[in-house]
Write a protein that binds this ligand. Structure first.
Ligand code: OFO
Length: 164
């Protein structure tokens, strides 16, 4: 069994992950409106992954005979100043999520909840990748600067991303 405190914290993380999905879907829509279908595709795949993260936690709570309680999902921002601005926001958001996962892990450790610690380890590792991939695109966009050609090339490359 899981403590009610741990269960509540995991429920909150479901909301964080669903918000992440919503935020990236909003970014996908914004990239579509800017005629950057590759960036839009990358964000759409990312939104799907975030939904999977939420479902992992959803299923885990039930496996441990807990209760899932879904809260309202906050409305995400709808527009950004530039592709760089959007990816900087995505990177910042991933850093925030890493902080949430660390807080969850701290709670599981303080409660000597080994099952939840083992479950959360996947998220700890995933966050390293999530931060790195957003940051890599931030760096590429900084290098590109104002070059329309380079932006077009990057859009083509990002459009290759498919759901796993
Ligand atoms: Fe982006 O990793 Fe979940 O939120």
């Amino acid at each position: 069994m899981q403590s009610k405190k741990m269960e509540k914290a995991l429920n909150k993380q479901i909301n964080e992950e669903l918000f992440s999905s919503y935020l990236y879907l909003a970014m996908s829509a914004w990239f579509e409106s800017r005629n950057l279908p590759g960036f839009a595709q990358w964000m759409k795949v990312q939104a799907g992954e975030e939904n999977e993260h939420a479902m992992k936690i959803f299923n885990f709570i039930f496996e441990r005979r807990g209760d899932v309680e879904l809260e309202a999902i906050e409305k995400p921002q709808a527009a950004w100043k530039s592709p760089l601005d959007a990816f900087e926001a995505a990177f910042k958001h991933e850093q925030h999520i890493s902080g949430c996962i660390n807080d969850l892990m701290d709670l599981a450790i303080s409660e000597k909840d080994h099952a939840t610690q083992a479950f959360l380890q996947w998220f700890v590792n995933e966050q390293v990748e999530e931060e790195a991939s957003a940051d890599a695109i931030v760096q590429q966009l900084r290098m590109i600067g104002e070059s329309k050609n380079a932006l077009f090339m990057l859009d083509r490359a990002l459009g290759q991303r498919q759901a796993d």
